[in-house]
Design a protein around this ligand. Structure first.
Ligand SMILES: [Zn+2]
Length: 210
């Protein structure tokens, strides 16, 4: 162990991250905290730059193996992390729809929304499976000027999406600017925001004094 500390250049004041890999066999992974954080950030950068949804999914999977070796999901915490960015950097990304064509949501956000909502409409819970067995859904942008900011995207069924576009729509946001309710004409729908429902916790961290 002393040699391992030396090889990793870990000194007295360095923090370690200890993760349980296998409860039965009591297998642990020990990494220097800075190495742990650098690896997380490397995966996150890869995720944000992914050019396809498939590539984004593989980054989510490698991030999960690194952060949650016991199992569980990181899609929701990643979505929440990206949502803390300011709206400023997202300005004007979405072009106005022309003949039904619109700029598509970046692969990393699509991959995260896929996993977090499984295609279910955030207003009415509806989805259906396409012939390729993946769920059908659309993504509504609340304000064109906020582009693909995570708080500006709403997983929507075709019916609710058309109501956003054509009905008299009233939005209700919470103090963190997450959409929490929408009224189409006279009917109010509460909006399911997975991030607000979840108890998001940082990865297990223990500090050992040596
Ligand atoms: Zn719907």
């Amino acid at each position: 162990m002393a040699r391992w500390f030396e090889e990793k250049g870990i000194g007295d004041k360095d923090e370690l991250v200890i993760q349980l890999l296998d409860r039965e066999r009591l297998l642990y992974r020990v990494s220097a905290r800075r190495e742990f954080i650098e690896t997380v950030k490397r995966h996150q950068r890869g995720l944000e730059r992914a050019r396809t949804v498939g590539e984004a999914r593989s980054y989510v999977a490698s991030l999960r193996r690194w952060v949650k070796p016991e199992g569980g999901t990181v899609a929701l915490s990643e979505y929440d992390r990206l949502a803390t960015q300011s709206f400023a950097g997202y300005r004007g990304i979405v072009s106005r729809p022309a003949h039904g064509e619109r700029e598509s949501v970046p692969p990393h956000l699509r991959a995260l929304l896929d996993e977090v909502y499984g295609g279910r409409c955030q207003m009415c819970d509806f989805t259906f499976l396409k012939q390729d067995k993946t769920p059908y859904y659309e993504i509504h942008h609340l304000f064109p000027m906020r582009g693909h900011h995570p708080k500006n995207l709403v997983v929507s069924c075709a019916n609710c999406h058309r109501q956003f576009e054509h009905a008299a729509t009233k939005l209700q946001m919470d103090e963190q600017t997450w959409l929490i309710a929408v009224t189409f004409n006279t009917i109010r729908h509460s909006v399911y925001q997975a991030v607000l429902r979840a108890q998001l916790r940082p990865p297990m961290k223990q500090v050992h004094e040596m």
